[in-house]
Design a protein around this ligand. Structure first.
Ligand code: HEC
Length: 157
């Protein structure tokens, strides 16, 4: 999407100058709660803004103007950790745990070209990929944000 305006760059400058940016760039692994089954399936608690998001599509998923997520600080490590163990061009049939041939995410170009698909399976409220052990809601929200912002690199932010 080359038509994207330079808003993120401006937003980053604004962000740096305000000293009040609350966006946390560091994934906090420590608060991953693995002790209890979450029996609430309605998700209507409301107070926590990191969980309630339920967007109809990637197109309608907003890109926060102050987003600081880049391929370097988020996208590439996320895909490496959660996806390319099965979705990598170097993996032959039989080595990819059933991941369809040709559905690969080892490059930024491929990730951008398949952003809708990735979002629909792994971002925001969507948690059907990876098949086992989906990323935390917080990580999925970050994936949604990064994709909605056009999956920028640091140079493009
Ligand atoms: C353990 C292996 C494994 C991992 C890790 C994995 N996948 Fe998959 N993926 C599969 C399998 C198997 C399928 C085919 C079955 C299905 O669609 O549910 C699939 C299918 C898909 C599809 C559907 C392809 C299509 O035809 O549209 C997408 C999109 C996808 N995965 C994205 C992801 C993303 C994004 C991640 C990382 C967050 C991921 N996968 C991690 C195994 C994996």
């Amino acid at each position: 999407m080359p038509s994207r305006p330079d808003l993120p760059a401006l937003a980053l400058l604004t962000c740096l100058s305000l000293a009040s940016c609350t966006e946390d760039p560091v994934p906090s692994d420590s608060d991953t709660d693995t002790t209890g089954d979450d029996t609430s399936t309605t998700g209507t608690t409301g107070a926590d803004e990191s969980t309630g998001a339920d967007y109809p599509s990637l197109d309608e998923r907003p890109c926060p103007e102050d987003s600081i997520l880049t391929a370097e600080n988020f996208g590439a490590p996320f895909m490496l950790t959660h996806c390319t163990g099965c979705h990598h061009v170097a993996l032959k049939e039989g080595e990819r745990a059933g991941a369809p041939l040709g559905i690969d995410f080892e490059s930024l170009k491929k990730v951008r070209a398949q952003a809708d698909r990735i979002w629909a399976r792994a971002a925001d409220q969507n948690a059907t990929m990876p098949p086992v052990g989906p990323p935390s809601a917080d990580e999925r929200a970050r994936l949604g944000e990064w994709l909605a912002c056009g999956a920028p690199t640091a140079a493009e932010l």
